[in-house]
Ligand binder design. Structure first.
Ligand code: COA
Length: 159
């Protein structure tokens, strides 16, 4: 079974990586899909976000990293995914994710949405928090994968 894990990943955090590694254990192939949503005014380009995810994951045949534009439901159908998987951090994520899951079901009735609880040590983490800390010269150790920490800090503190 193929699963799609979509997100903005601006940038990927250890919370995202936790979901990626765990989700890959319950499917044959996991497609990590970076949404190309310019309205969110991302700090990193789509290419940078894809590269940082690839660097964080390392060489794994069961995980593919790509980007998409347009509707998630159309992308999932195109790549033959049976379901979309999303991480849930807290009840505050639920309302928005529930709405998205229902919209995607309406657009593509055969597509399921699965939710995986974020590990407790990452329940407070978000990409915006990482960016705010880095922009202000704070320490992002332990919040993002080690191999991309310098790259994130360099880009955000140079602005
Ligand atoms: N660990 C840490 N942070 C997490 C997390 C986890 N496990 N799970 C979610 N988050 C955070 C993200 O860092 C992000 O934080 P931010 O807002 O500070 O950047 C936030 O939760 C939400 O992020 P994400 O899961 O990336 O969702 P999103 O709301 O940015 O949506 C898409 C991204 C690509 C899934 C969405 O825009 C999409 O589906 N686009 C296609 C258009 C479409 O089909 N829309 C639906 C029909 S209208």
């Amino acid at each position: 079974m193929t699963l799609v894990y979509p997100g903005s990943f601006d940038p990927i955090t250890n919370g995202h990586l936790d979901i990626i590694v765990r989700a890959a254990c319950i499917c044959d192939k996991l497609i990590v899909a970076v949404g190309n949503n310019e309205s969110k005014r991302p700090a990193f380009t789509v290419e940078e976000r894809v590269e940082m995810i690839r660097a964080s994951i390392g060489d794994r045949e069961d995980i593919e990293v790509t980007s998409f534009t347009g509707l998630l439901a159309d992308f999932a159908k195109k790549v033959g995914a049976r379901a979309v998987i999303k991480g849930l951090r807290a009840m505050s994520d639920f309302e928005y994710e529930f709405q998205m899951a229902l919209l995607n079901k309406k657009l593509e009735p055969e597509l399921e949405t699965l939710f995986m609880m974020t590990s407790v040590q990452y329940s407070f983490l978000s990409s915006s928090a990482v960016k705010e800390i880095a922009r202000n010269g704070g320490c992002i150790d332990g919040l993002v994968p080690d191999c991309i920490r310098e790259r994130i800090a360099r880009k955000l503190t140079c602005r």
